[in-house]
Design a protein around this ligand. Structure first.
Ligand SMILES: [Zn+2]
Length: 276
């Protein structure tokens, strides 16, 4: 768990002075940004924290139900599609629950990890809720990089940066690689190309991109090995995908166009043949 004593000053200061804002963006790697969002949400709804103290008590009902994963007023927003967090997700998981008072505690806290995957339409759908916040509503947007968020959203949030975030941690790359390898074959062409948005944070770092592609390669290599061990059929698309990933790595190593290379790769991973 992230030590509360190391909570960024922008957050700890707000808690100590009881001037909690309604929307924060916490930019940083994993697991820090999740731990901080979690610790902040916990403190906000803690029933026994001393005024001015930045620490939650860890023993009250709110603190305990959060740890058990069933807090009625702290929401972990998740995209229901691999292409990111869409308008429907925002309506169902944020706008709609925000319309009613907290179930039991002081704040309704919405923790939105991978905020950079909010589609532009989803970000627009959020603006009104953020602009005219319910007094009990708090948004914590967590992101590896904020540069893909709309300026209209950014301008309404307090930005908290957790140090330099040039390189994207392995954990995150691995999660994305696994997610893509397990879902892309079922996607239509448009959704497959839309997945490019998930690669945007990698654009600025050559090293992170190469690392990400290695993870993707491993996801497919693992499928081949597993199928071979289980005596199952090895699918052609896995071989095609491995070749496409290797090719993309080469293209990018030779300074090819990032977006074009990634989009072409995604098309191939989705099963589109070059000559059809
Ligand atoms: Zn507590």
């Amino acid at each position: 768990m992230y030590p509360m004593s190391e909570l960024p000053i922008a957050l700890s200061g707000d808690i100590a002075q009881l001037t909690v804002g309604h929307a924060y963006i916490i930019e940083g790697g994993l697991p820090d940004r999740i731990n901080i969002g979690h610790a902040f949400a916990k403190r906000l709804n803690c029933l026994d924290a001393l005024p001015g103290s930045i620490s939650a008590c860890d023993t009250c009902l709110s603190c305990r139900v959060l740890e058990s994963g069933n807090h009625p007023d702290i929401f972990f927003v998740k995209g229901t599609k691999a292409t990111g967090i869409g308008v429907d997700d925002v309506r169902d998981q944020i706008v709609s629950p925000m319309a009613t008072q907290p179930f039991k505690y002081r704040y309704k806290v919405f923790i939105i990890d991978k905020a950079e995957t909010l589609t532009p339409a989803a970000q627009n759908a959020l603006l009104k809720t953020i602009e005219e916040p319910a007094p009990y509503g708090v948004f914590l947007f967590l992101a590896a990089h904020v540069h893909t968020l709309l300026p209209t959203l950014l301008s309404r949030c307090v930005l908290v940066k957790l140090g330099e975030t040039e390189d994207i941690p392995d954990l995150e790359a691995q999660a994305l690689a696994e997610e893509i390898a397990s879902t892309i074959a079922d996607m239509d062409v448009l959704d497959a190309i839309l997945l490019y948005r998930r690669f945007e944070p990698y654009k600025e770092s050559r090293e992170s991109t190469a690392n990400m592609l290695d993870m993707l390669y491993l996801s497919y290599a693992r499928r081949v090995t597993q199928a071979a061990l289980m005596g199952e059929k090895i699918q052609n698309i896995w071989y095609d995908s491995i070749a496409a990933i290797q090719h993309t790595k080469q293209v990018l190593a030779q300074n090819g166009n990032f977006q074009l290379a990634i989009e072409l790769m995604l098309l191939k991973l989705s099963g589109i043949k070059e000559n059809t």
